[in-house]
Design a protein around this ligand. Structure first.
Ligand SMILES: [Zn+2]
Ligand SMILES: [Zn+2]
Length: 181
């Protein structure tokens, strides 16, 4: 099975200064999401699912405990006392939220996109602020099921419908092995 290039799907958003920022999400915005690429790649090589919107990846695969006795979130801290996986509650919360982003939990992604980009359709020239929806920039039907915030944007309903049509067309073109632009 062909695997979608994961680099654009997991590009960090750390260069974006959020319009406003919920302190719970601070670490997620600053996170170097490229560390997830080899983990996701290994998972989808075995299980596929990059074109399935119900696709998910186990938390333990996304954030493995790379060093025994150290926190699985990647903070580098040692596990003390009764701690088995995460050094602090904040570490566990970070991992859970990161998992929800990759697994495509729309409510969370929606609120984070509002903080990052503001409350408006992201299509250039469109000022629509009503009925905004979360769009996979690289569509699920074309292999963008698992991704980071960089692969999501807010889009108005008419633009979303238009985009979805294009995504399906692109898929058909690909299936027919025709060049697509
Ligand atoms: Zn940690
Ligand atoms: Zn729009």
């Amino acid at each position: 099975m062909e695997i979608t290039p994961l680099e654009p799907l997991f590009a960090p958003v750390s260069h974006i200064v959020p319009k406003f920022q919920d302190s719970r999400y601070k670490r997620l915005y600053a996170f170097d999401s490229t560390v997830l690429i080899p983990r996701v790649r290994a998972h989808v090589a075995q299980h596929g699912g990059m074109d399935d919107r119900h696709s998910t990846i186990p938390v333990g695969v996304l954030f493995p405990q790379e060093t025994k006795g150290k926190c699985a979130c990647g903070c580098g801290r040692f596990l003390i006392g009764r701690r088995r996986k995460y050094a602090t509650d904040e570490c566990a919360q970070f991992v859970n939220l990161a998992f929800c982003i990759v697994a495509g939990y729309t409510d969370l992604i929606f609120s984070m996109l509002v903080q990052l980009h503001g409350y408006k359709c992201s299509v250039e020239g469109c000022e629509e602020t009503n009925d905004l929806q979360v769009d996979h920039i690289h569509a699920v039907v074309n292999g963008g099921a698992l991704s980071w915030l960089s692969n999501y944007r807010l889009i108005c309903c008419p633009h979303h419908k238009q985009k979805t049509k294009q995504d399906i067309q692109r898929k058909k073109l690909k299936q027919n092995n025709l060049p697509c632009h």
